[in-house]
Structures are given as structure tokens and as C-alpha cells.
Design a protein around this ligand. Structure first.
Ligand code: ZN
Length: 684
């Protein structure tokens, strides 16, 4: 194994990953080697007879972590963008080993005590902000993992955690099975009226696959959504709606077959007990331990405030939909399955603008040039391509980001186009995290990945405005990662950032692609070279806030339901899921769903994902980004003073300081919901 290790590119790596040299066979030996080395080093660090300090304990631990991450990041990345059977096998084999290693360290009492000794030691106050925050976060995380509990409580804590992970995956499984168990077959082509061709051919393919005549609709979103938005047949919409909103519940066509009710009851009970063991009043409090919001009351007030302001607007929007339904089809009573359908009709009537109309104005080379200019003007950096870097596919390009006096600040890979063996969607991921210590220095490196339509021949790829928006969003994440000034990797860039604040830079950056001044840099017609005409620009702007009130209330209904469910849980009274849902709907919903609606039974974000008592984060981050952008609007969207301040607070200090503190330092005050209400057109 020694021979293999020395020539293993994942172990020997001294800079950027040598992608062309990394093969599936390197992965398992490298991971085994690095984990074994990690375990030995931890033991050695803990066994030393000098007192534990930043330099003797935390910095070497961070360096170990950094090394493991540098090796694992290209593997994780290749698994996402250039997958193969061998690679997937190696990845799936190693991932549990890495997770187990992290869990092991997170539950190591010796480590916990050593960190505690660093925090209590003489030198602690002399550490810089980022170093102190690194230690504080570590202690917090040990506590949240139950490391400091008594032996008996620890055992119970472990049992709860294991049971919860079983329940979560069972919930997801039920939902999946229920989603796939129901289909709707249509044999009369008249019933397809209104549906776009793409939806019809999807249904035709599904029928062919099942070997049945006609068209087959399923509850998967690509099949379900077009029916709700476009199908003229009201009864078809009603049936699909009923099946969809009763999945995995005691109601609907498959009532009771995959009923999630008992799982939800148990999840809520165990979460409450877990929170109690750790000294919190309830699970909502526990959820906030790693978030920017400071108290449960603050979250509830925040959501209710938004709802109160949005409700009258949503009511007006719903009345417009109802009026159109009456006008077109003499619908007297608008039902839940009518709302998306007539909303779509309304949207078409109000704005005859399709995403396709804008494509010629957004050829990729122009969009990139414009985006880089926007970033340069804002943050005083230059972005230049660098040739000769080892990449994983011919489509990939590589760029350097340099600041004042041409100093290298960071680098990034750009992989824009869809292709086989590449995961869908768009994302930013860390390749290398910034770390500066006495022993070594690393500047940050990012991957920015999208799935745009590839260019054909000499014709550049043309983007929709939605895709341009996505690109700006991901560059917001990338700038957060690349422009950090923090030297300790645990809190550099996006690391250690409260997760209800982590979307602030990304959502903020989106705003520029809706601004005339920035679009002048970004948009240029692929053939004529002319900028985006004023009339198209106005149309584009007006589509941005279509039905903002209804959309807002829908998200608030989910968020408030999730939060109150966890906050107001009482063991003697059980979960009271239906009760809370009814109550929240009375308070915030304007579209009244039928009594059989079991939305909660399919709410995987909170029952199977990581969003329990955290769904509010979506709206929270939107308020932050709207309010931050409002500061730019007040002084000009390219105002140097404002962008410099953002650079030196939120971007530059990442997770090293409290997210609220950084926001206040940037904005001069705490965030205000009015900014979001104004930017979404709800308040004027
Ligand atoms: Zn994002």
C-alpha cells in the first residue's frame, strides 16, 4: 500500500487537483490513508504534555481537516460532474467512512475537554476573532452532539438520534411509494386540451413504458405541474390535485396505505425529548442554536409581520384570478385546483413575454463578460482566464480573481453546460478553503457549475433570463467563498455561516441582473449586438413580482406551521398536526384548501430533511438580501462605499463573526421586513 500511496495524486496533492491523473482506483487507498493518518495525529495531539493551545491543538487539527477536504473535494466533485460506475462505487464506499470519522471526532470526549482547555487557557483572549469563534463553534457542536451529557442521558440521546434517522428515511420512503403508486390514464385526447406538447409527450412516453394505451399522468412534478397549470379539463385537475395532496396520509384514493401520521407523531415527540436532554425548552430553540435568528419569539413575530402585510395584497390577487375564472368559464366558486390554472391564464394575459424571447440577448460569452465587469466594479477585483490548468472536461474554464496590486485572492473553475454523467441543477462548491497559518498558506478555489444548453458549432449558447439569474446567484456564493479575509478554514468563506444567512450574498447578487445599468453590461443581441430594448426590459421587470402576495403567503403558511409545530409541542397533548395546520391556515391562508388536504404528510423538508423548525430560513434570507440591496439602491447600485462595506463585513468575514453583527455593521441597523415587502411589490 505504501507504494500506491506515494504515487497517489489525492495524497501527494500540493496545489490544484490534478484532475486528469485522478482515477477511481486512487480514491479508497487515499481515503484510508488520510483517515488513518488523521486518527493517529489526533491521538498524538491529545497525548502531548504541553498545555492545549490554538497552536498546539486547534491549528494542527484544522490542517488535518483541510488536507482531508482537499483530497475529498475533487472526488465529490467528479462524482457530480463526471460520474462513472467505478467512480460511484469508490465514492459510495468511502463516503460512510468519512462520515464515520467526522462523527467519531464530534463525539470524542477527550477532544471536547481539550477544546475546553483551550477556551479556559491563558492565551485564549489573545486569539483573533476567527480563532475564538472556531473554538466557540467547536464547543457548541460538541454540546449539540450530547458529548457533555451524563452516561445515562448520552445513551438515550444516541438512541433518539438513531431512531430519528430511521423515521426520517421511512417518511421519505412512504412519500416516494405513495407518489409512484397512483397514476391517471387518459384515453380521450379531448381531455388533454390546454396541455403543452412537452407534457403530452411525457405522458405518452409514460403510457408506452407501462404498455398501456393513451396517456399516463403521474404525481411526479414534471407530470403533475403542467396539468395543474394548463389542463382545461377541470375534473382532471381535481383528481390529480386530490391524489397529490393526500399522498402518504389517511385520506384520498390510497388512504391509509403509506400513512405517515404515526411517523410524524413520533418524530415530533423525539425531537422534543432530544431538545430537552440538551437543555432547550423545545426543538425550535434547539434549531436556532446554529442560526442567525436570536429567539423563537423573533421568528414568530417575523413571520406574522410578513403575513399581516401580505394578506391584503394576496386577497386582491386571488380576486383577480376568481374574476378571470368567472369571465372565461363561468366558474362560481374557485377551488384549490383552479388557482394555478387561472393564474397561468392571467399571467399570459398580463405579460406576453416568454423566457425564449430574451435568449438572443444573452449569449454566454457576453453574459460572462458582463457579470465579471459587474463584480469588478463592485468589489475592485479583476477576473482573468488562466490557460493550462488541469480540468475534467473540455467545456471547463478556469479563472483567477485578483485584487489591489494584482494580489491573487482566489480562483475558480467554471463548468456551464449540461452533458451526460453530470448531475442536474446549478451550484457552487468549495475546492480549496482559504487557510493561512505559520506553516502553510492556501488561497480559496471554487467550482461554479450550471447545466445550460451547450453551444452548437460556432453558435454560442443563449441563456434565458432565468438562467442568467441562476448564474448571478451562484457567483454570489462563489464571492462569499473567494473574497474571505479569514485565515482559519473552519470559519472562512461560507464555513460556519448561520444557515439562515448563507443565502444572503447569492440572493443579493441576483438583483444586479434586474438592473438597467448592469444589464447594459450583460445583455447584447447575438446577431445585431444591440442592448436590451427598453420595452423588453420594462416587460421583464414587470413579470418579476407576479402574484407576489399569494406566493409569499404560501411560503409563510409552510414556515409558520413548521415553526409552531415544533415550538408549541406538548408531550401530554401529542403532535396536533391537523390542529396547527388549521390554525395557521385560518391566520395566513387566502386559498382555502379542501378538508381532505394533507399537505403536512408530504412536507419532506421538515420531516425527512434538515428544515425542522427551519423552513422560515428561506424568507429570513430573502429579507436580508432585499434589505441589503435596498442599501445599494439608496446610494446607487454601483456605489463604491456601499460595496466596500459589504466586502469588508459579510463577504470578508464570513463565519468568523455573528451573522446579525455583520449585517448590522453593513446596514447600520437590524434587518427590516419592509425591504422585502417593497422589493416584491407588496408594499410601495
Ligand atoms: Zn443558493
Amino acid at each position: 500500500m505504501a507504494a500506491l500511496t506515494e504515487s497517489n495524486p489525492l495524497v501527494a496533492m500540493g496545489g490544484l487537483p490534478p484532475f486528469s491523473a485522478i482515477g477511481p482506483a486512487h480514491i479508497a487507498p487515499a481515503v484510508e490513508h488520510l483517515l488513518a493518518e488523521g486518527r493517529q495525529s489526533v491521538d498524538r495531539l491529545l497525548g502531548q504534555d504541553t498545555p492545549y493551545t490554538w497552536e498546539s491543538l486547534v491549528q494542527p487539527l484544522q490542517a488535518l481537516d483541510h488536507r482531508l477536504n482537499r483530497a475529498w473535494s475533487p472526488v465529490r466533485h467528479l462524482h457530480s460532474v463526471a460520474d462513472s460506475e467505478d467512480l460511484r462505487e469508490a465514492y459510495n464506499r468511502c463516503l460512510p467512512q468519512i462520515t464515520a470519522y467526522a462523527t467519531e471526532l464530534g463525539l470524542d470526549e477527550r477532544l471536547y475537554k481539550a477544546y475546553q482547555a483551550v477556551a479556559d487557557g491563558n492565551g485564549f483572549e489573545a486569539l483573533d476573532t476567527a480563532q475564538r469563534k472556531t473554538v466557540a463553534n467547536a464547543l457548541r457542536d460538541f454540546h449539540l452532539e450530547g458529548v457533555d451529557l451524563s452516561a445515562e442521558k448520552k445513551q438515550r440521546f444516541k438512541a433518539i438520534s438513531e431512531r430519528l434517522s430511521t423515521l426520517k428515511s421511512k417518511f421519505q420512503q412512504n412519500l416516494l411509494d405513495a407518489t409512484h403508486a397512483w397514476t391517471k390514464r387518459v384515453t380521450d385526447p379531448d381531455q388533454l386540451a390546454g396541455l403543452p406538447d412537452s407534457a403530452r409527450s411525457l405522458a405518452l412516453q409514460a403510457a408506452e413504458r407501462e404498455g398501456v394505451e393513451g396517456w399516463l399522468f403521474t404525481l411526479d412534478l414534471p407530470s403533475y405541474m403542467p396539468v395543474m397549470n394548463y389542463a382545461d379539463d377541470r375534473e382532471l385537475r381535481r383528481q390529480m390535485y386530490e391524489a397529490y395532496v393526500t399522498r402518504a396520509s389517511d385520506m384520498g384514493p390510497l388512504a391509509g396505505r403509506w400513512d405517515n401520521t404515526p411517523l410524524m407523531e413520533e418524530i415530533l415527540r423525539l425531537r422534543h425529548e432530544k431538545a430537552h436532554l440538551l437543555g432547550f425548552e423545545n426543538y425550535a430553540e434547539l434549531s436556532l442554536a446554529k442560526k442567525m435568528a436570536r429567539s423563537t419569539q423573533e421568528v414568530v413575530t417575523f413571520l406574522r409581520d410578513l403575513a399581516r402585510h401580505s394578506r391584503p395584497v394576496a386577497e386582491r390577487e386571488l380576486a383577480e384570478v376568481a374574476a378571470l375564472a368567472r369571465e372565461l368559464d363561468e366558474v362560481d366558486e374557485l377551488q384549490a385546483w383552479d388557482v394555478p390554472y387561472y393564474s397561468e391564464k392571467l399571467r399570459q394575459r398580463q405579460y406576453d413575454l416568454s423566457q425564449e424571447d430574451l435568449r438572443p440577448y444573452f449569449p454566454v460569452p457576453q453574459v460572462l463578460e458582463g457579470l465579471f465587469q459587474v463584480i469588478s466594479r463592485l468589489f475592485e477585483v479583476t477576473i482573468r482566464p488562466r490557460e493550462g490548468v488541469d480540468i475534467w472536461h473540455a467545456d471547463v474554464s478556469f479563472f483567477e480573481l485578483r485584487g489591489a496590486r494584482d494580489v491573487l485572492r482566489g480562483q475558480f473553475y467554471l463548468d456551464l453546460y449540461a452533458r451526460p454523467h453530470k448531475r442536474g441543477g446549478a451550484w457552487m462548491d468549495e475546492c480549496i478553503v482559504r487557510m493561512h497559518s505559520r506553516q502553510e498558506s492556501w488561497e480559496p478555489v471554487a467550482y461554479v457549475v450550471c447545466n445550460f444548453t451547450p453551444p452548437v458549432g460556432d453558435h454560442p449558447s443563449l441563456l434565458t433570463h432565468q438562467e442568467v439569474n441562476t448564474l448571478f446567484h451562484e457567483f454570489g456564493h462563489a464571492l462569499h467563498h473567494l473574497l474571505t479575509r479569514v485565515d482559519s478554514p473552519g470559519v472562512a468563506g461560507i464555513n460556519g455561516v448561520a444557515w439562515d444567512a448563507v443565502e444572503l450574498p447569492s440572493q443579493l447578487m441576483e438583483n444586479w441582473c434586474w438592473e438597467r445599468e448592469a444589464l447594459n453590461l450583460v445583455a447584447r443581441h447575438v446577431e445585431t449586438g444591440e442592448g436590451l430594448p427598453e420595452q423588453l426590459f420594462e416587460k421583464l421587470r414587470s413579470t418579476r413580482n407576479f402574484q407576489a402576495g399569494l406566493q409569499m403567503l404560501r411560503q409563510l403558511e409552510f414556515a409558520l406551521f413548521d415553526f409552531r409545530l415544533h415550538l408549541e409541542y406538548e408531550p401530554e397533548r401529542g403532535a396536533r398536526i391537523g390542529e396547527f395546520l388549521d390554525d395557521v391556515r385560518r391566520e395566513v391562508a387566502v386559498v382555502k384548501p379542501p378538508a381532505y388536504n394533507r399537505f403536512a404528510h408530504g412536507f419532506a423538508h421538515i420531516f425527512a430533511g434538515g428544515y425542522g423548525a427551519g423552513y422560515y430560513s428561506y424568507k429570513w434570507a430573502e429579507v436580508l438580501s432585499s434589505d441589503a440591496f435596498a442599501r445599494f439602491q439608496e446610494s446607487g447600485v454601483f456605489d463604491r462605499e456601499t460595496s466596500r462595506r459589504f466586502l469588508h463585513t459579510v463577504l470578508g468575514q464570513g463565519g468568523a463573526r455573528d451573522a446579525m453583527e455583520l449585517f448590522v455593521e453593513f446596514r447600520g441597523r437590524a434587518p427590516q421586513v419592509e425591504a422585502l415587502l417593497r422589493s416584491s411589490g407588496i408594499a410601495t
